[in-house]
Design a protein around this ligand. Structure first.
Ligand SMILES: C[S@@+](CC[C@H](N)C(=O)[O-])C[C@H]1O[C@@H](n2cnc3c(N)ncnc32)[C@H](O)[C@@H]1O
Length: 463
């Protein structure tokens, strides 16, 4: 053996290997192969040739750390964000939007085939109404103190609980940018203690900002372990004077030791406790702590598409399950006989009722409770059930009720392809046919994707 010859790399932690990335996973990592095993590499994209250090090694797969980009992919771009390589808020800033869309479509197809058992599912071109930047209408930043004692707000560093301090973020609505530096400085001046989970000291946990994209109205919310922050009232009034688009300052109380951001109680400290937004030609009041789609423009485009494809006649009874503040309930109600909204968060239903009244929509009723409990109690066969569950998908009992009552049409709106595919398998086995699969890019620069699936049974004409 010559002295210059080096040993070939082994399948073990620390090894350096050279691979080509040939796919993107639904967890946002690039995927490459080495001697028949799979290697997941964050910060890469299909077409990259890379030198990777193996960090977590299992018999058939491993995670690798990018050491050197040998040949860049044609899908690679310079990130718009200066901290994109560190910040855990986005994972795909280095990938062009066209390829992000291609990858998201493939993630949906893979889930529907592998988990849902569907054969060549017909997925429509992805819907998108933004440039991929400045789109988020809501941000919630954890607060921490730096080693020097400075107040910091931002997203966690990739794979850690250390903050990347931000004074600006290219995916949030740019009208929120001026708040970051000012609020942090004022928290510091006020001397409010920042919550430290390990030591159980301090109070302030998060800073949340929500903006009405059409109205420009902004709500600022501080999330604290208790409802008492000395000097907040005076400071809140100063913020209202300082920022002309700010309509209210709120304080949310969250004493729980868990990773849920908002607690159950929110008080308005100064100004208003809700902002006004326009969506699908209607006016919505939004509190800081209720769910609202973060990408207003693309959600609105999807709502229009859904209404267009449904061609409602005005005679339909619709159930909107997981209805939130009525984002889809109210637009559906304008074209149907009646809509019944079901939602577990009481404050969202309160908001939904107020929104219905404000828009003079009278053909809606709302129920507070779990869909799995309320849906069977309705004892009706609706013409359409609109499902929009959280990421974990529908409870088994919801799917059982649906197959028992067998509404002629179902729309399943999902933000997680894996649980969507799992639930669709059951609905298809119960006799439903998929007539349209419509992805929408609600979350550019991440691997997350929204998807609306139209299902029908019987001999109804297809969308
Ligand atoms: C993805 S959001 C959709 C909200 C609404 N459709 C919208 O577009 O604004 C899911 C909603 O389901 C609610 N939720 C979660 N689990 C629930 C359950 N088991 N029953 C009823 N609502 C639930 C959440 O509070 C949240 O408002």
């Amino acid at each position: 053996m010559s002295v210059t010859e080096t040993k070939p790399p082994q399948w073990q932690q620390g090894s350096l290997i050279e691979i080509e990335i040939d796919d993107l996973s639904d967890r946002a990592d690039g995927v490459g192969r080495w001697e028949g095993r799979v290697v997941f590499v964050p910060d890469t994209v299909t077409g990259d040739r890379v030198l990777v250090r193996l960090v977590r090694v299992k018999p058939q797969y491993a995670y690798g750390q990018l050491q050197k980009l040998l040949t860049p992919s044609p899908h690679r771009i310079r990130p718009q964000c200066i901290v994109a390589d560190k910040c855990g808020g986005c994972q795909w800033q280095h990938i062009d939007l066209t390829y992000q869309h291609q990858a998201k479509t493939q993630i949906i197809i893979d889930a529907l085939e592998r988990i849902g058992g569907l054969n060549h599912p017909p997925v429509a071109p992805i819907l998108n109404r933004t440039t991929g930047l400045n789109y988020r209408n809501k941000v919630t930043y954890p607060l921490q103190r730096s080693a020097e004692g400075k107040v910091q707000a931002g997203y966690y560093r990739k794979g850690s609980h250390k903050l990347v301090n931000l004074n600006q973020c290219p995916v949030q609505d740019s009208r929120l940018d001026p708040f970051l530096a000012q609020i942090k400085q004022d928290i510091e001046t006020q001397g409010w203690g920042i919550y430290n989970e390990t030591r159980q000291t301090g109070k302030l946990r998060h800073l949340a900002l929500r903006i009405g994209r059409k109205t420009g109205q902004i709500l600022l919310t501080l999330i604290s372990t208790d409802g008492n922050l000395e000097g907040l009232e005076t400071q809140a009034k100063t913020w209202l004077e300082q920022f002309s688009d700010l309509v209210g300052v709120c304080l949310n109380k969250n004493p729980q030791r868990n990773n849920i951001i908002f607690g159950k109680e929110t008080d308005c400290i100064a100004g208003k406790g809700e902002l006004e937004e326009e969506f699908a030609g209607l006016s919505f009041f939004l509190r800081p702590d209720t769910f609202f789609q973060v990408n207003t423009e693309t959600a609105e485009a999807l709502c229009d598409l859904i209404l267009d494809k449904l061609t409602l006649t005005g005679s339909e009874t619709i159930v909107d399950a997981y209805c939130g503040v009525g984002t889809f309930t109210l637009p559906l109600a304008r074209q149907a006989k009646t809509v019944i909204g079901i939602e577990s968060q009481a404050s969202a239903i309160e908001q939904g009722k107020r929104n219905a009244e404000h828009n003079q929509i009278e053909n809606v009723t709302f129920h507070v409770g779990k869909v799995e409990t309320i849906l069977p109690q309705l004892e009706i066969i609706p013409d359409l059930v609109f499902l929009d569950p959280p990421r974990k998908g529908c409870d088994r009992a919801v799917l059982d009720t649906l197959t028992a009552i067998a509404p002629p049409r179902i729309i399943y709106l999902s933000c997680r392809p894996a649980t969507l595919a799992r639930d669709l398998e059951k609905l298809v086995a119960a006799g439903y046919e998929i007539t349209l699969i419509q992805p929408a890019d609600f979350f550019p620069q991440t691997s997350h994707v929204e998807c609306a699936v139209f299902l029908q049974r019987g001999n109804l004409p297809k969308e």
